[in-house]
Design a binder for this molecule. Structure first.
Ligand SMILES: C[S@@+](CC[C@H](N)C(=O)[O-])C[C@H]1O[C@@H](n2cnc3c(N)ncnc32)[C@H](O)[C@@H]1O
Length: 269
């Protein structure tokens, strides 16, 4: 066995250790970024505009606040930890460590091609809401995001205000089952959330799609990502085949090295 495969095997067998070590690397990389900006300010005799430096210099403070919320989450939210109590969603723009890259998903899911700034988007089971926050940050659209986990929502609210999109992005701790259907959306994100590992949302796929259909404007667009366990599951494909009579498929691909399916569907009015 060569050194590379030894390290790969070791990391895969010691997942928690690998995750903690990656988080540590992410944290120190932020401190290097901050010091690199400080050095530039110093050699410029502090002549650089102070206000222009806030984006990087305030990040350690943001991460401290997020870590405090994570500590509270560990004590107060025993339901389920998606990624060892680290955010499920990573957010490089703000140097936030997590499992799944928001920026990569934004590109892979073609959100920039199908959403424009006049759109109002709903992100169901949004976790920290980073997908909606980043979409609004890039495109300027309005986003409502809901998640059952109030700690994830609190983290998202800090981040949307850091990026100055809190006038457009509204995140709320709420169960999908309790969400009031008093408005319709131009687009809905249903990413890995048509049933949940924590068992807090378990419905038939057809009922989940019926809810989404109700919440979409005519011609509204559904951005749907499967779970890994859906891949190869006959019941999943037969439900999808029935559903697509009510939606037009605009795009379909496999993501995460083929371990998930992704669909962009337009509601047929
Ligand atoms: C696998 S994560 C997916 C998160 C996000 N959609 C994404 O893909 O990045 C599932 C999320 O659903 C949330 N959740 C579970 N049950 C829920 C419910 N009944 N109502 C709202 N959110 C729920 C969890 O807290 C978790 O954040």
């Amino acid at each position: 066995m060569n050194i590379k495969s030894f390290i790969v095997n070791y990391l895969r067998k010691n997942r928690i250790l690998a995750v903690r070590f990656s988080n540590f690397l992410n944290s120190i990389s932020l401190y290097f970024q901050v010091w690199s900006r400080r050095i530039i300010k110093t050699i410029n005799h502090e002549t650089s505009d102070h206000a222009s430096e806030w984006f990087i210099l305030n990040k350690p403070d943001l991460l401290k606040k997020i870590n405090k919320i994570r500590t509270r989450q560990k004590k107060e939210y025993p339901h389920y930890s998606y990624f060892y109590n680290y955010p499920y969603q990573a957010f490089s723009t703000l140097s936030i460590f997590g499992e799944r890259s928001t920026e990569e998903r934004f590109t892979m899911y073609k959100l920039g091609e199908y959403i424009n700034k006049t759109h109002k988007i709903l992100d169901l089971g949004c976790n920290c809401g980073f997908m909606g926050i980043y979409t609004s940050y890039r495109i300027g659209c309005q986003v409502d995001g809901i998640d059952i986990n109030p700690h994830a929502i609190e983290i998202g609210q800090l981040c949307s205000s850091y990026l100055n999109v809190d006038d457009k992005v509204h995140l709320k701790a709420c169960r999908v089952q309790d969400f009031k259907k008093n408005q319709k959306y131009n687009g809905i994100f249903s990413f890995a959330t048509h049933w949940t590992d924590d068992n807090n949302y378990r419905v038939q796929l057809k009922d989940h799609f019926a809810l989404l259909w109700d919440l979409l404007e005519n011609d509204g667009i559904l951005f749907f990502e499967s779970h890994c366990t859906d891949v190869g599951d006959k019941n999943f494909y037969s439900s999808i085949a029935k559903i697509t009579t009510k939606f037009q498929t605009l795009y379909r691909t496999d993501t995460d090295a083929g371990s998930r399916h992704y669909y962009i569907l337009r509601k047929i009015s």
